[in-house]
Design a protein around this ligand. Structure first.
Ligand code: AMP
Length: 173
């Protein structure tokens, strides 16, 4: 399976100079989608994981498949203002300004091992924000998964200690 071929690349999106790796083209291809989920299941087969945290929104799609296959609880990390119950929040830096992710406190109990899932790891700031919430709740990060990694953005400096795993990496141009 050539995963690279299944990933749509869009130049200058969302702004000039950015090459956008669009994983929604994987979801339109059931063979590629199944390949991604199977590779995740294989990689984490022997890992003790108590639950999955999926990041809005493309992380939801792969996180939900993985959680269901592994029969694990699925917890959503959502953009600020979407969750109705009491939440824990963490802000993180974007290229311009900051953003906030939230998780329902009741969904994130202490003393568990969580796998955090997103579609792509760029600077690692988004995943680091979720890892911080896990730790503030008294839980542990079992691992971090992204389909795509952009190692030239040095995400390992932020989240290397959480064992990030990717299926395909791209270099900067
Ligand atoms: P970061 O916090 O810098 O690791 O950014 C990761 C988040 O931003 C993920 O949710 C990605 O979906 C999105 N993202 C950042 N850069 C790109 C890119 N070049 N192509 C597609 N998505 C990206």
């Amino acid at each position: 399976m050539d995963l690279d071929k299944a990933i749509r690349k869009v130049k200058d999106f969302p702004k000039p100079g950015i090459l956008f790796y669009d994983v929604t083209s994987i979801f339109t291809d059931p063979i590629a989608f199944r390949f991604v989920i199977n590779r995740m299941l294989e990689f984490y087969l022997k890992e003790k994981i108590d639950g999955v945290i999926a990041i809005e929104s493309r992380g939801f799609l792969i996180g939900s498949c993985f959680a269901l296959e592994r029969k694990l609880p699925l917890v959503l990390a959502r953009k600020k203002g979407k969750l109705p119950g009491k939440t824990i929040q963490e802000s993180y830096s974007l290229e311009y300004g900051t953003a906030v992710l939230e998780i329902h406190c009741a969904d994130l109990p202490a003393d568990k091992r969580w796998l955090i899932i997103d579609d792509l790891i760029a600077t690692g700031g988004t995943l680091e924000a979720v890892a911080k919430m896990v730790e503030r709740q008294g839980s542990r990060v079992a691992g971090i998964f992204g389909i795509i990694g952009l190692p030239f953005l040095k995400y390992k400096e932020k989240i290397g200690k959480y064992n990030p795993h990717t299926l395909i990496d791209y270099d900067g141009e």
